[in-house]
Design a protein around this ligand. Structure first.
Ligand code: R5P
Length: 293
């Protein structure tokens, strides 16, 4: 067993942390989280962390504020315990969508999160499929962005696809994801959808180009939240004659589960631990294991 390192889970990714620790033969530390009567949180580190390299595995999806605060106070407990180095694996980095000022008077919330993590003593941050990789500018230390493309490629190959797909980006933010996936398959093209947001959680399609008649289409996105973006894309693809539509998304925020029933297969990863009926879950454990190695 590798005893100069130790892995902790807090509330959000217990299963994933256990898989990663077991596979790497690194001890899974004991953390304790409790609430006082007034709702205040207390975190305790119950394992010896003196002179150890620590990895906390915790996504900051809903309840995002609580999950972020768990990390912050647990890091303080680790420092008190004499940890040598504290790293954070945050497969889904909440607040990443607040990466710019959309309306006057707004903050750049992901910058606040970056400052809070780093000033608290977290050295390296490992995430998966960042909403916008340019948020690295807000982090002074290393922010690793793991790509889920190999996992999605395998998913599609397991479904029997080798070639002749149309990979669809439901908005410009997913262009690089789609191009990466497209390169894995022969005779496959990328099609771009132009989307506009009229208000938070409300979007509509402005334009789409390409040939879909009789085609197998794969929509790829980083996040499914309300499902609005995906459903708009599914709709237009069927209107334009698609034979079948698959959906791939890394982070299953799923604040409502209303994905169009005509979708033939939908896969998300376990960056956010959730059971979603009718949705295939692909584990990111392999990616995290390689990154920690
Ligand atoms: C937005 O830029 C993201 O990449 C996703 O497309 C978006 O967050 C999905 O949200 P929803 O499911 O609510 O449309």
């Amino acid at each position: 067993m590798n005893t100069d390192k130790i892995i902790f889970s807090l509330s959000a990714n217990k299963k994933l942390a256990k898989q990663v620790a077991t596979s790497l033969n690194i001890p899974l530390g004991i953390s304790e989280l409790e609430h006082f009567e007034d709702g205040e949180l207390i975190a305790r580190c119950k394992s010896d962390v003196k002179d150890k390299i620590v990895y906390i595995i915790q996504s900051t999806a809903a309840p995002a504020t609580e999950n972020i605060f768990e990390i912050l106070i647990f890091v303080d407990a680790l420092k008190t315990g004499g940890a040598k180095e504290i790293n954070l694996v945050v497969p889904y980095l909440g607040y990443s969508r607040q990466d710019r000022i959309a309306k006057e008077g707004e903050p750049i919330s992901i910058r606040v999160i970056a400052n809070a993590f780093e000033s608290n003593g977290i050295k390296k941050i490992i995430s998966v499929d960042l909403h916008n990789p340019s948020i690295k500018q807000f982090f002074n230390d290393e922010l690793v962005n793991l790509s889920p493309t190999p996992l999605f490629e395998k998913y599609l190959r397991d479904k029997g696809f080798e070639s002749d797909l149309v990979i669809v980006t439901p908005d410009h933010g997913s262009n690089s994801r789609a191009i990466e996936l497209c390169k894995c398959f022969k005779n496959t093209t990328v099609t771009y959808i132009e989307k506009r947001r009229s208000a938070p959680n409300k979007s509509h399609i402005i334009s789409i180009d390409g040939k879909f008649e009789g085609k197998s289409c794969v929509i790829i996105d980083d996040i499914i939240d309300t499902g609005g973006t995906i459903n708009n894309a599914v709709n237009i693809l069927f209107e334009k004659g698609a034979k079948e539509v698959y959906v791939l998304a890394t982070h299953a925020v799923f604040s409502s589960n209303r994905i169009d029933k005509r979708v033939k297969g939908i896969a998300v990863t376990d960056s956010i631990e959730k059971e979603i009926p009718g949705v295939d879950i692909i584990s990111i454990s392999k990616l995290i294991i390689e990154a920690i190695k």
